[in-house]
Design a protein around this ligand. Structure first.
Ligand code: NAP
Length: 486
């Protein structure tokens, strides 16, 4: 049946166990992953040629694929009650797809949005399907193309019952960490997409901090790409072992054939973004949680996009670039390793604090230990470090900085972070995520801060009142300009 697509419902047997709409990068790979695990899958794509090409290139797996030319045919090809994954572009495309599907579905069918939805859209979609008999699952899938094909990390949100109905497929296709599935139930309605959003926010911080460390080696120590690659390669054998360090090592090792230079040296220093980092920061602010290292990473991408302005500003300021003042390169590299580790602890502490607060706010009961566990494999931030976080949250919630294992590490490594941030400031090399991670740590472990002055200022100009140490109630100061409050 190569090349032939099902056009309408009912003509053939409904024997597919699951359906998938949207055969782009993620959808096509996820569909092959599902077919490979032995589940018969019906697929549909808005542009029919894409479905034809997908089917023609599916090789042996085509035996488990039912290619469909219409949504009616897709629905007709799946055994009821039907689970249908939507893996299209996020946003309007998902609303349009749900609208087209709804009249074709019956009670108990499950619509699964597996794209990078804003969790507030997911919550709205839950509301819209409420009472229709249809069930909705908002599911974050991480790991990019490779993950989708061979095992992603999967964060599902919805009812426990609907998750249970598709759990077999999800556990089969997910990444495995020492045999444990990296697919998990996060909680009701928007919980899965929320967790995926924060995953991406942490990913921004992780990537930015690695880039800052790279910048200090490149500009501060004058190291060549190959030398930096070696450092990352060595670190990847230790406690910083992670996918992002591994790929940083790999990309820094590649030579561009055309320019005959390291490929990183011919790539423009301008990074794009699609929105999940920004959403993490917006939600952190909405919940009143400090996520400054994540925010600094999002801001750094914004700054990176101002290439032309930065070029002008560098000329205008004519501040000579300074090399880092280090007595021993080997010792400083060790400090860089410690700084990156400490920075990571602070950034993850922030991401998990945002999730903990959102969980209370929405009554989600997010399983923080399970979240760390399902991020150990399959996703972009997978790392050895997440194994430590899993252990920390299995014992107790609360800020990661207070988990005994992390407190012990931070006790030692904050000095490296401090030295590196100080060096970066003195040399003029920006390291915003590391600097914010340090400020977060310093602010968090300071029992007497400086907000007493903020309280006084607010009372002075706005009669907002202040709390006195050891006394209940609001008080006002004897400000001359505000005498009515004497
Ligand atoms: P992609 O390769 O650009 O594919 C987009 C898919 O969406 C295509 O199948 C396209 O169909 C379909 N589509 C677009 N607008 C549509 C509409 N109005 N109605 C119906 N279908 C529509 O995208 P992708 O990278 O696979 O991403 C899919 C989702 O996964 C997104 O939410 C993305 O954020 C998320 N995600 C991506 C990655 C990644 O690494 N790429 C990782 C995790 C999550 P046509 O062929 O007809 O255009």
């Amino acid at each position: 049946m190569h090349g032939k697509l099902r056009k309408n419902a009912g003509a053939k047997m409904s024997d597919a166990e699951i359906g998938l709409i949207g055969l782009g990068v993620m959808g096509a790979n996820l569909a092959l992953n599902i077919a490979e695990k032995g589940f018969k899958i019906a697929v549909f794509n808005r542009t029919t040629q894409v479905t034809k090409d997908f089917y023609a290139n599916a090789g042996k797996l085509a035996a488990n694929v039912v290619p469909c030319e219409t949504m009616e045919a897709l629905v007709g090809a799946i055994r009821a009650p039907r689970p249908i994954i939507i893996m299209t572009k996020a946003g309007e495309a998902v609303d349009q797809t749900i609208a087209a599907l709804r009249p074709l579905l019956k009670g108990n069918d499950i619509i699964i949005d597996a794209g990078n939805a804003n969790f507030r859209d997911t919550m709205r979609r839950f509301g819209e399907l409420d009472g229709t008999g249809l069930t909705f699952i908002g599911m974050g899938v991480s790991g990019g193309e490779e993950g989708a094909r061979h095992g992603p990390s999967i964060m599902a949100g919805g009812t426990q019952a609907s998750f249970d109905r598709i759990a077999k497929v999800l556990h089969a296709i997910s990444a495995k960490y020492k045999g444990e599935s990296c697919a998990g139930y996060m909680g009701p309605n928007g919980a899965g997409h929320f967790v995926k959003t924060i995953h991406n926010g942490i990913e921004y911080a992780d990537m930015q901090m690695i880039s800052e460390i790279y910048g200090l080696m490149r500009d501060g120590l004058g190291m060549k790409a190959a030398e930096i690659a070696k450092v990352f390669g060595d670190w990847n054998k230790g406690r910083l072992n992670s996918y992002l360090i591994e790929i940083s090592h790999k990309v820094l090792s590649v030579t561009d054939k055309k320019a005959k230079k390291p490929i990183v040296d011919i790539i423009l220093d301008k990074a794009g973004q699609k929105g999940t980092g920004k959403w993490s920061v917006i939600e952190a602010q909405n919940f009143g949680v400090n996520a400054s290292a994540i925010e600094a990473a999002v801001d750094a991408r914004i700054m990176s996009s101002l290439k032309a302005e930065r070029e002008k500003a560098e000329k205008a300021y004519k501040i000579p670039k300074k090399k880092l003042k280090v007595t021993s390169r080997a010792a400083f590299l060790k400090q860089l390793e410690g700084a990156l580790y400490a920075g990571k602890i602070a950034a993850y502490a922030q991401g998990f604090a945002v999730m903990e607060t959102a969980s209370k706010e929405f009554n989600w009961n997010l399983p923080l230990g399970t979240i760390a566990a399902i991020w150990r494999e399959g996703c972009i931030i997978r790392s050895q470090f997440l194994g430590e976080i899993t252990k920390a949250f299995s014992k107790k919630g609360g800020n990661l900085l207070m988990a005994p294992a992390f407190a012990k590490m931070m006790q030692k490594d904050h000095t490296s972070l401090r030295a590196v941030v100080a060096q970066s400031a003195l040399s003029g090399a920006p390291a915003p995520a590391l600097a914010n991670a340090l400020s977060y740590f310093d602010g968090y472990r300071q029992s007497r801060g400086t907000a007493n002055l903020i309280q006084a200022q607010r009372d002075f100009f706005g009669a907002h009142g202040f709390e006195r140490i050891g006394e209940e109630g609001a008080h006002h100061g004897p400000w001359a300009m505000n005498a009515k409050h004497d």
